[in-house]
Design a protein around this ligand. Sequence first.
Ligand code: NAI
Ligand code: MG
Length: 364
Amino acid sequence: MAAARTLFLLPGDGIGPEAMREVEKLIPILNERGGGFETRSGLVGGAAVDAHGAAISDEDMGHALAADAVLFGAVGGPKWDGVPYEVRPEAGLLRLRKELQLFANLRPAICYPALADASSLKRELVDGLDILIVRELTGGVYFGEPKTITDLGNGQKRAVDTQVYDTFEIERIARVAFELAKTRKGRVTSMEKRNVMKSGVLWNEVVTRTGKDYPDVALDHMLADAGGMQLVRNPKQFDVIVTDNLFGDMLSDVAAMLTGSLGMLPSASLGAPDETTGKRRAMYEPVHGSAPDIAGKGVANPIAMIASLAMCLRYSFGMVTQADALEAAVAEVLDSGIRTPDIMAPGCREVGTAEMGDAVAAAY
Ligand code: NAI
Ligand code: MG
């Protein structure tokens, strides 16, 4: 018998558990089709803080490290505003990212035809859009040293952040982008600012050199500011975009809004290969947060969480057919006019979280 595929579920707090429940409905269906998934659940964020005063326990951290993939809901909220910084719900997410060494953040921007009119761009610019932003997540200006604020003593202060990238960091993120492009339209656009940043010069050089190993992938380079403009002017020109931590943070948020609601957007974070198994560590999560304003009301859109499971099937388990089928089920449900309140439109039928999850499960 093949070894089970292990999924570690960390629903978190706020709408996280509500959304995760809809993913849990899909696991038995996958297993009926030979998925062979074994799941285990743990506590993270506010749920963990309330239970044992830490944003994730060492035991659950161990489960996350041992699992084939982690599915993460959401964490955070005003309820925990008063707790010390180290045990804030967000600390759980940061610890997971750090210990799983999740250096590659994948943010797809996909436009479901049924929602093309909800975009801030014209329908023809976004209908059929399918791009993937690959953001470097563990280096760059958010982490580089020195990182200081100094009092200059003359009523002035000086703040310093440092952008640092080493060759290996650029090469490994570039390889992720090229590998992904091979399974898509075969195009990578690398974005940096080599005109004003030394790290941009090195980025461009390393990505170009790495690209020679992928002769079947077309590579071009764009200055990141021009890239931002092109994302809004003509987003369908892109397939895979690879960029650093800072530019990726902004460009992925821009790309996200091309397609509408936060409740629709999944993400993946891929890590270094495990030393013994060679399997890449990975965590999948919706882009949205814990939405305290609607938590507990049963109205959250579970599609971002469900689409995160689809990414997990695709990238951690190579189950491309099942991933495609799950995304097609979501598209079918949207086409049928079923909507949670965040994506409600005239003539559609408004449903809650559980009913949306049931509809996707039925269409799957
Ligand atoms: P948020 O994403 O939680 O909510 C922003 C707005 O979008 C709210 O009006 C919310 O109701 C709506 N929304 C979000 N997801 C939705 C869904 N699935 N269905 C329907 N509506 C949805 O961001 P916000 O309000 O800035 O942050 C709330 C808390 O979440 C904060 O504590 C923040 O730190 C945390 N957060 C956590 C993240 C994570 O766990 N990865 C990411 C972003 C924020
Ligand atoms: Mg951001």
